[in-house]
Design a binder for this molecule. Structure first.
Ligand code: NAI
Length: 246
């Protein structure tokens, strides 16, 4: 139980990759804070973890709301006094070609994927700085590295996360806090289930391992980055994509 007594906050952990990350940490003894927009959904995931003997609590919080995010983090700190590991996972897509994309779709993606990461990280960094320890892991995407037609907003937000994390890595290193990024390729979740079959087939042809990844394979890298085995790794982006980008 390497994560026993450690408090891990995972945003957007009501489903998909975030849920798998939360379950993986809970499986190794962590006390996991499930954060989702929908309180009932977050409590449901926490209850399922508890039913398996794990430790978890659910919190409802829209991470685009600066004040509410700060209040939610304060609530966690009131109860647990610490947050050892933050996994910034919540994210959305609103895909369209540049000439067709409307202002709302641009703003919404930047607001959730980038400003949301800022809101949560700012709130969590303060107690980490005080504690002189912490690990910040943010989920970006290979699209933030390569770009993608029809995903300019998403690519900009995910590239933004990489730059943000490198800056944190430099700013917070003296406080023994690391900041790293996990950049998944195509992972089997609700997000990729929305892709038409023809698109999925084309994507598969470009993946050397010839399959989509699983959420648990992304979670495994988060477990590593959150562990003492990764104490000397900071400012890095680890790609989990079956060889798609190399
Ligand atoms: P998903 O759509 O299944 O889950 C996203 C989670 O984020 C949900 O729990 C949702 O409630 C939460 N969320 C969305 N907006 C929020 C807000 N304003 N406040 C709080 N929570 C909010 O997505 P999936 O596929 O699990 O993706 C998770 C992360 O991984 C995202 O950041 C996504 O961009 C990234 N990713 C996913 C890939 C994939 O193939 N599925 C590939 C590369 C990156």
């Amino acid at each position: 139980m390497p994560y026993k007594n450690q408090v891990v906050l995972v945003t957007g952990s009501t489903r998909g990759i975030g849920k798998a990350v939360a379950e993986a940490f809970a499986g190794q003894g962590a006390t996991v804070m499930i954060m989702g927009r929908d309180l009932a959904a977050a409590q449901k995931v926490a209850a399922a973890i508890k039913a398996k003997g794990g430790l978890a609590e659910g919190f409802g919080c829209d991470i685009t709301d600066f004040q509410k995010t700060q209040e939610t983090v304060n609530k966690i700190l009131d109860i647990h006094k610490r947050i050892d590991i933050l996994v910034n996972n919540a994210g959305i897509t609103r895909d369209n070609l540049l000439l067709r994309i409307d202002e709302n779709d641009w703003d919404e993606v930047i607001k959730v994927n980038l400003k949301g990461v800022f809101n949560v990280t700012k709130a969590v960094a303060k107690p980490m700085v005080k504690a002189h320890r912490g690990k910040i892991i943010s989920i970006a995407s290979v699209i933030g590295i390569t770009g993608n037609a029809g995903q300019a907003n998403y690519a900009a937000s995910k590239a933004g996360i990489i730059g943000f994390s490198k800056s944190l890595a430099r700013e917070l290193a003296s406080r023994n806090i690391t900041a790293n990024v996990v950049a998944p390729g195509y992972i089997q979740t609700d997000m990729t289930d929305q892709l038409p079959d023809t698109v999925k087939q084309k994507v598969l042809e470009r993946i050397p391992l010839n399959r989509l990844g699983s959420a648990s394979e992304v979670a495994a890298v988060c477990l590593f980055l959150g562990s003492t085995a990764a104490d000397y790794i900071t400012g890095q982006t680890i790609v989990v994509d079956g060889g798609l980008v190399m």
